[in-house]
Design a protein around this ligand. Structure first.
Ligand SMILES: Nc1ncnc2c1ncn2[C@@H]1O[C@H](COP(=O)(O)OP(=O)(O)OP(=O)(O)O)[C@@H](O)[C@H]1O
Ligand SMILES: [Mg+2]
Length: 342
């Protein structure tokens, strides 16, 4: 197990600053998720931790020890890559067992067989153990790659979108298993994803990354409830947060902080009413209402709003409804997209 620190780490590829002055501390035993869009610098950050890239500037510490120049093999890290890298000529069994047969380790074969069977069951690939890696589907290969990391007991797990090519059901199942396993092993795990659901359900803490920089670090609850920037606010939540202008608050708009340029409110906090007594300014036209997801999309001129409504609230597309934005649930951001603290 290990704690990790990035101290002012920068890594460029030609003109592209993939990681830009990254300062980040990850605690021993933490399930730490880096969440961000494509090109944010997530994989580069993991590769820097693994020693597969060297920073241009700054330092990386593991357990307080400077590992910036240390060879990957000396870091005791198990990595699940975004592009699964199996040994094609080996069977699934031998791919998973591979790290246990490494020269420095050499476990007895009986012990290896037990460990391989354990992770194969966990990942539902028991029936594939004797297949060649090249005959597997993408999702199966990904599970073998995860299995190969799990059989070891490293100081640190690094996982780069390990569930991305699995179907929704398996993804959810493995998400739960992964969380359970990490709890049990207590090994520090840094997990990269662009999927906010994974981030919110798996993480002890999340770092939201964009363009090589961290927008915010915190627990899922904290980041969801108090995003520091509009960019972070937009990244978390499904359906996404409504980002509106103060004018939609009607008479309440006189109560917003002076510098407010944007008012943000979660769909679950929007109030929807179907009575006929709604003041004109709050009347919206329902566009779409899904019974399954309970998401209502409504418009008023150019304005589009998403709200979560009760399943028993009968709303038809085209119907006029009343929508209000309770001030207590509104969050305020200035012209540059920074949170205005109340
Ligand atoms: N080896 C490389 N050579 C040149 N540019 C690179 C290299 N690796 C990464 N980059 C660039 O650095 C930036 C960050 O890349 P990175 O792979 O870290 O993003 P990411 O957040 O993992 O994205 P994705 O979600 O698409 O995997 C991108 O603009 C990418 O094109
Ligand atoms: Mg990547």
């Amino acid at each position: 197990m290990a704690s990790l620190t990035f101290a002012a780490v920068t890594k460029s590829f030609g003109p592209v600053r993939a990681v830009d002055g990254l300062d980040l501390s990850i605690r021993d035993g933490e399930f730490f998720v880096i969440l961000g869009p494509s090109g944010a610098g997530k994989t580069t950050s993991l590769r820097l931790l693994a020693g597969l890239e060297t920073p241009d500037h700054g330092k990386i510490f593991m357990d307080g020890r400077d590992v910036t120049g240390l060879h990957p093999a000396a870091r005791d890290v198990a990595f699940v890559f975004q592009q699964y890298s199996l040994y094609p000529h080996l069977s699934v069994r031998d791919n998973i067992a591979f790290p246990l047969r490494a020269p420095g380790r050499r476990l007895p074969e009986t012990e290896i067989a037990v460990k391989v069977a354990e992770v194969a069951a966990l990942l539902h690939i028991e029936s594939k153990l004797d297949s060649k890696a090249t005959t597997l589907s993408g999702g199966e290969m990904q599970r073998v790659a995860i299995g190969r990391a799990l059989v070891r007991q490293p100081q640190l797990f690094l996982m780069d979108e390990p569930l991305s090519s699995l179907d929704a059901k398996l993804r959810e199942e493995l998400r739960v298993e992964l969380k359970r396993l990490q709890r049990r092993l207590g090994t520090t795990l840094v997990y990269v994803t662009h999927d906010q659901v994974e981030a919110l359900t798996l993480a002890d803490r999340i770092a939201v990354m964009e363009a090589g920089r961290i927008g915010q670090i915190g627990t899922p609850e904290h980041i969801y409830d108090r995003p520091e920037t509009l960019a972070v606010a937009r990244r978390l939540g499904s359906p996404p947060m409504n980002i509106l202008t103060p004018a939609v608050l009607g008479p309440d708009s006189s109560h917003v902080p002076a510098a407010t340029a944007h008012v943000a409110i979660r769909p679950e906090d929007v109030r929807v009413s179907v009575d006929a007594l709604t003041p004109a300014g709050q009347v919206f036209r329902a566009i779409e209402h899904s019974l399954v997801t309970r998401i209502l999309v409504a418009e008023q001129g150019d304005l589009e709003v998403r709200a979560l409504v009760r399943a028993d609230q009968p709303i038809l597309p085209g119907q006029d409804i009343g929508i209000t934005f309770p001030l207590a649930h509104c969050q305020f951001f200035d012209r540059s997209g920074n949170r205005i603290s109340a």
